[in-house]
Design a binder for this molecule. Sequence first.
Ligand code: HEM
Length: 364
Amino acid sequence: MEHALLFFAFPVFVLSMFCMIVYVVYDFYAITYDSNDSLSLDCCSILLPHIIQWTKQFGKNFSFALGKTQFLYIGDGELVREMSLCKSFELGKPSYLHKERGPLLGKGILTTSKEAWVHQRKTIAPIFYVDKVKNMLSIVLESGNALTKSWEKLVEAEGGIADIRVDDYVKTFTSSIFSNVMFGRYEAAEKVLFSKCRDLMEVSGSPTVVDGHPFSRFYPTKIHRQQWTLVKEIYWIIQDIEMKFDNDNCKELCTVAMEVPGTTAIWGLMLLALHPDWQARARAEVLEICGDEILDAEKLGKMKVLKMIIQEILRLYSGAGFTAREALADVQIGKKVCVPKGVNIWIWPAALHRETLSSGVQML
Ligand code: HEM
């Protein structure tokens, strides 16, 4: 009898799992961005249309699973505020980050939790104290001058108007600033380091938890072999440079410091290109405050239009993706929500910012 039951139950189980997978895959691909839309600045609907669709369907907060990893998406500003007040060490960094993104992130500040994170934070924070950052303005000016001069040359060579793909220039600009801050110079070894970090980011650009194959990160695929080689190369470059931090933190910081402000700056250039009136206002302000003098921290502090523009860029295109946490034990957030151990929380600042307008000017 038991055998007969199993005989029927097993195919039914397999069939229902198959139907469920088809439904989820169909749902995943059915909701896509409408490419007929003209140049839309709603990057959230382009990047992850599913999250936007599910928000409409299920409300601001909802849960879903990718494979066996459970997620709670929080899109309610009030709950996000309550989460920011929750100082529990049990709200740690998701384990999938260093499992799936190990080659890129390793075990530095971005992926560690609890005591290990506190230790890393104490080591890194002093470099970014406000007084120190203020003194770095000359480095930023130097790198900015080099960037604009290279563009001026291109424009000159093209006879007054040039079509410039800015991505690499801007990322070289951000990496040269950070390299100067970290290493005190921008020499060959560091240039190679940043370009290898960029290569590693590019080859690591595949899906993570949605990959779906157990232990797939260990398969010697072409991409994985490229990753392993780059990781080794980066490791030895960092070992050769005199470093204030351990290898993983150095790699993480180089990647973040080049990529996040770089992407933000690129979006900023695009927004300014779309809004020449704001360009003109910013230019007039800079000329009024600086005149022929060199920019310093005090003058920068007086630039109100520039500050509004930067806040608007950060509101719409902060460059940082999701804020992700994993409940390392059952965690109470505010009075109403208890997140069970093992569940990952995703907060998407770009989507939140588009819903609730922060102060400042709205260009869109
Ligand atoms: C436009 C510029 C930047 C933006 C918008 C930005 C945004 C953010 C955000 C939202 C987080 C929190 C992520 C989370 O809680 O999961 C974060 C964390 C972090 N950022 Fe940035 N960031 C920027 C530039 C930088 C730069 C230049 C560096 C390094 C030089 C940096 C290093 C870090 C580090 C190390 C963390 C992790 C801190 C921790 O876990 O304690 N960021 N950033």
